[in-house]
Design a protein around this ligand. Structure first.
Ligand SMILES: Cc1cc2nc3c(=O)[nH]c(=O)nc-3n(C[C@H](O)[C@H](O)[C@H](O)COP(=O)(O)OP(=O)(O)OC[C@H]3O[C@@H](n4cnc5c(N)ncnc54)[C@H](O)[C@@H]3O)c2cc1C
Length: 390
């Protein structure tokens, strides 16, 4: 058996333009992102310059309208771009997904005037966004959030603490969900808050198991004043907006998970075809061949599932159930595939000399963010059996 490089992913892309786009992204991923990933993750360094490059290359607003600086790409193409970025470095793929999530509220529910004023800078002007829903005491039960926005004569004053915010403390803008009315989901409103607003500050980043290059931090809002034209949608519509954003965001997490799993499989194949024991490449042993076959099958199934959900979304059809299924399956698959990759590399897999252990640490967070996988099961079951407690 000879050493072999991983097979390129067989992608189904709708147009020649999409094929060129993916080729551009692969080039940036291989030349600019992957070579520094291990070292910078180890140091906990956020590659801000990569996000500037992606913005300049038109890759930070892909699924949004070109009228406001977006890339006019269908979700099935945008998600495959994310997959390539995440395969090179999860901090970058997930960062682009979170930025896209942060733009969703304004791009979908903002007024014409708000969109004309803010979207071009958000989608292609080098800005980086954050999505601020979670709080220290409200994660899965996001509708119980406590951050308050109180109406003043010409705007709003926001007070509270957001938790676990990706790009917290370094973002240029935050889509913030705050309570403006009654308890529960109907008392929440969305706001677009500038990163340099007086009273907004990021705490020290959390010390995480993986994705150490991606800053995750609490964000304090202490008497932050925003004019009323920074309110997105109607008063009380914020939770609906937040959940709609997450339906799409979950597809981004699913695509990132498949990118990460593909990187782990490629590493496992590369290693297994080179490492020799008992006088043969370890890839000759059926015990490992079957593991590789199962890993590849889980990845292809995940890719097919997120693409099927994306195509429903692109066709303007309901896709929330399929998005939850894709997030659940793809992130569980990434956890299993990355764990198996460590096993295939044996003792070397357990060291930082190879990327498998980092992939495994990174995979874990994907089962938690944007709705834990328990919450995805709740969403799927609601589509099947209706709300609980009927
Ligand atoms: C690295 C990282 C980045 C993040 N980025 C962001 C971000 O950018 N913006 C943002 O707003 N948030 C972000 N989050 C927060 C993330 O969305 C929450 O961590 C997640 O929603 C879970 O909330 P929690 O951590 O409070 O856990 P909890 O809600 O307290 O859940 C704890 C456990 O209980 C389970 N559980 C809870 N309720 C139920 C139920 N009804 N049935 C069954 N099981 C249940 C959960 O599945 C979990 O296993 C991030 C988190 C991490 C770790």
């Amino acid at each position: 058996m000879s050493d072999r490089d991983p097979q390129p992913v067989e992608r189904q892309l709708p147009t020649e333009e999409a094929r060129d786009l993916l080729a551009l992204v692969r080039d940036i991923a291989q030349r600019e992102i992957a070579p520094k990933a291990a070292e910078e993750e180890d140091e906990g360094r956020f590659p801000r310059e990569i996000f500037t490059l992606l913005s300049e290359s038109g890759l930070l607003g892909l699924p949004y309208d070109s009228e406001h600086g977006g890339g006019d790409q269908p979700y099935e193409v945008y998600l495959q771009v994310l997959e390539e970025l995440a395969a090179a470095r999860l901090t970058v793929g997930l960062g682009v997904s979170v930025h896209t999530l942060a733009c969703y509220a304004l791009a979908t529910y903002g007024s014409e005037k708000q969109q004309a004023e803010h979207l071009p800078a958000m989608l292609g002007g080098g800005l980086l966004g954050a999505y601020a829903l979670s709080e220290p005491s409200s994660g899965s039960d996001a509708a119980s959030l406590r951050t308050k926005a109180v109406r003043e004569v010409d705007g709003w004053v926001i007070d509270g603490t957001k938790a676990w915010i990706t790009h917290g403390g370094i973002a240029d803008f935050y889509t913030v969900m705050a309570r403006t009315g009654e308890d529960g989901p109907r008392g929440i409103t969305a706001f677009l808050v500038p990163g340099d607003a007086p009273g907004l500050s990021g705490a020290a980043p959390e010390k995480k198991m993986g994705m150490k290059g991606s800053p995750t931090a609490q964000v304090h809002l202490d008497g932050v004043r925003v004019p009323d034209d920074r309110r997105i949608g109607e008063e009380g519509q914020g939770f609906t907006i937040a959940l709609a954003a997450l339906d799409s965001g979950r597809l981004g997490i699913a695509a990132c998970a498949i990118g990460l799993a593909q990187a782990a499989l490629d590493e496992a194949v590369r290693y297994a075809t080179q490492r020799r024991q008992f006088g043969r490449a370890i890839a000759d042993f059926q015990g490992l061949r079957f593991m590789l076959a199962d890993m590849a099958t889980q990845i292809e199934a995940g890719r097919a599932l997120y693409l099927a959900a994306a195509r429903l979304r692109d066709a303007g059809r309901p896709f929330a159930k399929q998005a939850a299924m894709a997030k659940l399956h793809c992130t569980d698959a990434a956890m299993k595939v990355t764990t198996d990759a460590v096993q295939i590399l044996g003792g070397y897999g357990y060291t930082a000399d190879f990327p498998a252990e980092r992939y495994m640490r990174e995979a874990k967070v994907l089962q938690i963010v944007e709705g834990t996988n328990q919450i995805q099961r709740m969403v799927i079951a609601r589509h099947l059996a209706g709300p609980e407690g009927r």
